[in-house]
Ligand binder design. Structure first.
Ligand code: KQY
Length: 362
């Protein structure tokens, strides 16, 4: 038996837990990249501090910080947040961090998916990305967890699981020519099944409109618990998101999950539309992969929240909808504490609270 098969066999009996299951910790990274975060991350850093401080009320938080910014981050973050120096290219821990699987003996392994900055040389957002690609392994080592390098490009934000055998993703992202052009859809499914212990994959066509990740599922929907999801919904045909959300709704309505259940869908309103202002665009140093123009529509979504040990940390994006979203989340998660964090500075970077966090299960 060759090494790759041996290694895959070692994942037998492991499954990726749902985000609603108990967590040991949440990892984040400190924003500083001048071509993604305005004013070298200065504005976004406050939002990251707020997210980290809030999560740390319930769950241990580790913040990775590049050597140049260690002193600054350590001084600004509260003692409740552990700060670890590490090199990385940008701070999207959902996508560059390890994705964990567990078994029923309370054992845990880290999966280290390959990372190419959301599209490599085809349509990636920056190069190089090799420091990002090493983060998952380093994270596992610091945590004393064994780590399995997967033979496929995948970002954590491109998948959601229900912890009971179902995985949600989008064709737009996983079948994009910039990810794994040599793998067929069936081969991609096999890799997801072998590494994450899932049986059923529910393929949505597209993610959120104008999302620079090529349609990450975590910017469109979230899993509440097995058989129940929240979906960014839109019933105005004049909004570009309309057709995407209607199609996702139909797919979810017709789907059966790994246990044969129908899926209950809760609708989330859309913020905005929100656009980049002149001042915001001017604060960013344009690069080949990323440029931010005044008037560009932001890929903002309330679905991009984190579930962590009895707490929901969700983005405040639009005063016209923030309270309504709080009410929906409180109804859907009655036993959770719902915390909103001002998140415009995060969405300006191209993602949101779910994208900047990665949980490690207990
Ligand atoms: O949404 C995410 N998971 C990451 C977005 C990265 C955008 C980089 N500008």
């Amino acid at each position: 038996m060759n090494i790759a098969l041996n290694s895959i066999h070692s994942l037998r009996g492991y499954r990726m837990p749902g985000e609603y299951e108990p967590q040991q910790s949440v990892w984040m990274g400190w924003p500083h990249r001048a071509d993604n975060w305005r004013e070298n991350g200065k504005m976004a850093q406050q939002a990251f501090i707020d997210v980290a401080t809030t999560i740390a009320e319930k769950t241990a938080v580790t913040m990775i910080v590049s050597p140049l910014h260690y002193d600054q981050a350590r001084a600004k973050l509260p003692d409740s947040v552990r700060v670890v120096e590490m090199s990385y290219d940008d701070c999207w821990l959902r996508d560059i961090g390890a994705v964990y699987v567990v078994n029923d003996k309370q054992q845990r392994k880290a999966i280290d998916w390959q990372f190419n900055a959301w599209g490599g040389l085809v349509d990636g957002l920056y190069a190089p990305w090799d420091s990002d690609d090493k983060v998952a392994k380093k994270m596992a080592e610091i945590n004393n967890d064994s780590c399995h390098r997967a033979p496929m490009i995948l970002e954590g934000g491109a998948i959601h699981v229900d912890g009971e055998g179902t995985l949600f993703t989008t064709e737009e992202c996983l079948l994009h020519e910039s990810r794994n052009p040599d793998l067929s859809k069936a081969q991609i499914e096999s890799q997801l099944q072998a590494h994450l212990g899932v049986e059923k994959i529910i393929w949505l066509k597209q993610g959120l409109y104008n999302d620079e990740t090529n349609g990450h599922v975590d910017n469109l929907m979230h899993v509440v618990k097995p058989g129940e999801v929240l979906l960014t919904y839109c019933d105005d045909p004049l909004i570009p998101q309309y057709a995407i959300s209607q199609q996702a709704y139909q797919t979810l309505r017709e789907a059966r999950d790994a246990k044969g259940r129908k899926i209950t869908i809760h609708k989330l309103p859309m913020p905005g539309p929100l656009y980049i202002t002149k001042e915001e665009a001017q604060g960013i140093v344009a690069s080949d992969g990323m440029s931010r123009q005044e008037g560009e529509r932001l890929a903002a979504s309330y679905a991009n929240f984190l579930i962590s040990n009895g707490q929901i940390v969700y983005p405040l994006l639009d005063e016209r909808h923030d309270q309504e979203v709080f009410n929906i989340l409180q109804r859907v998660f009655p036993d959770y504490e719902i915390k909103g964090i001002a998140a415009r500075e995060i969405v300006l970077g191209g993602g949101n609270i779910h994208c900047i966090t990665q949980q490690i299960p207990l």
